[in-house]
Write a protein that binds this ligand. Structure first.
Ligand SMILES: Cc1ncc(COP(=O)(O)O)c(C=O)c1O
Length: 393
């Protein structure tokens, strides 16, 4: 019996089911990897952000186990109140070296990093790309700044908005580095020029560029040959290519000192656990030493994307291993995804509100952990279902 005060939830869930937007979350019964077990069945994984296959890497597991014995399972409390573990400091120093910045400031996740930095900066005008990630949107919502939303990756519109908002004192431009639903890359070099001309702070969320773009996966700032004089705030996550969990903000020592006093998720929420930090340190060290996983990721992406285009699929405007298969209709997309799963391929359908209405797609994520046989298997299944559903001929 549903309480009358909760009836609105039933109605909304029914509506989502009717329009094909109800997300039934799958239970994964195995570690992360190229193949997963779902409902007792082995399926090829084209869903996770485990770009480099590090989520179940033996070196990361070993390091996490060692630290588990030495430091235990929990951080105890909020770092600013109960003291910070040396481990978190070690991670921040290593990340600063990796990102070629003065300092980094680590928090519990990439999402949290955006909630920590955006309101702290205290901008009175925020210029934000229309396709920025939900965690940026929510970070902006926590401020009282005037919002200037510019059309996706349009430098003309960004410039127009900056001119409109020129009377504002403290301006902040925010962009995703790699856009997570389309896989295209922000024109960060052009944005940096505009930021400098208009004396605005520049922030990039590099969640999908980390471990993917730049030398040894150093990310989008490195990819464009920019420095942290050009990009003030570089937000990273340890939960995608790095295979663990956690987030951080890279930039100047001044920014770190400031965030340690102002970043509310740092001041009022506990830190990541010792094993998380140990595994993250191991991931960064591995990447600094050897870029073979980054190269494998890109060769897998190239192979799969060429295969999909040759089959006649529309893979949108991607420039990275994120490969959307554009289907348009939400119901078609969810039917396609269900049929793929029946055929042993796990690839999620994504619809409104994550993407705009009429732009539903299956978002496939390539990983260095895939073999060519895995990619051939998925291409074969996409071809079979694409023909069955008349998406390709
Ligand atoms: C652009 C972007 N920023 C931030 C996040 C959140 O990262 P995390 O999973 O570490 O909270 C995501 C995750 O999907 C993302 O795509």
């Amino acid at each position: 019996m549903v309480k009358s005060t909760q009836k609105f939830m039933v109605e909304e869930l029914d509506r989502l089911r009717r329009v094909g937007l109800y997300n039934k979350i799958k239970t994964i019964e195995s570690p992360q990897g190229a193949w997963l077990r779902i409902d007792g069945k082995s399926v090829l994984n084209l869903c996770s952000n485990n770009y480099l296959g590090l989520a179940n890497h033996p070196v990361l597991i070993e390091e996490a186990k060692k630290i588990l014995d030495e430091f235990g399972v929990g951080p105890g409390a909020v770092r600013s109140i109960a003291g910070t573990m040396s481990l978190h400091n070690d991670l921040e120093k290593l990340l600063a070296e990796f990102k070629n910045v003065e300092a980094t400031f680590s928090v519990q996740s990439g999402f949290v990093a955006n909630q920590a930095v955006i309101p702290s900066v205290g901008a009175d005008a925020i210029f934000t790309d229309s396709l920025n990630h939900a965690s940026i949107i929510d970070g902006v919502r926590l401020t009282k700044a005037k919002r200037f939303i510019y059309a996706h990756n349009s430098m003309e519109e960004l410039e127009e908005r900056l001119n409109e908002g020129k009377e504002h004192k403290r301006k902040l431009i925010i962009t995703d580095g790699v856009f997570s639903m389309d896989g295209d890359i922000a024109e960060l070099d052009e944005i940096a020029k505009l930021a400098s001309e208009h004396e605005a702070l520049l922030m990039v969320d590099d969640a999908h560029g980390e471990g993917v773009l730049g030398s040894h996966g150093r990310g989008i700032v490195d990819h464009f040959g920019l420095g942290h004089n050009d990009v003030d705030i570089d937000v990273g996550t340890l939960s995608k290519a790095m295979g663990v969990v956690g987030g951080y903000i890279a930039g100047s020592q001044l920014l770190k000192d400031y965030l340690e006093q102002k970043g509310r998720p740092f001041l009022f929420s506990s830190a990541t656990t010792p094993p998380d930090v140990a595994a993250s340190i191991a991931a960064v060290k591995l990447l600094m030493k050897d870029d073979s996983l980054v190269r494998k990721l890109w060769s897998n992406a190239g192979y799969f994307q060429k295969g999909m285009k040759d089959l006649g699929f529309d893979i949108g405007i991607t420039q990275t291993p994120i490969t959307p298969v554009m289907l348009g209709d939400a119901k078609l997309s969810s039917t396609f995804s269900k049929k793929l799963l029946d055929e042993g391929v796990f690839a999620m359908s994504i619809g409104f509100p994550t993407v705009t209405k009429g732009a539903a797609r299956i978002r496939t994520m390539l990983s260095a952990s895939h073999s060519i046989e895995d990619l051939d298997y998925s291409l074969e299944k996409f071809e079979k279902i694409g023909k069955e559903l008349k998406v390709i001929s």
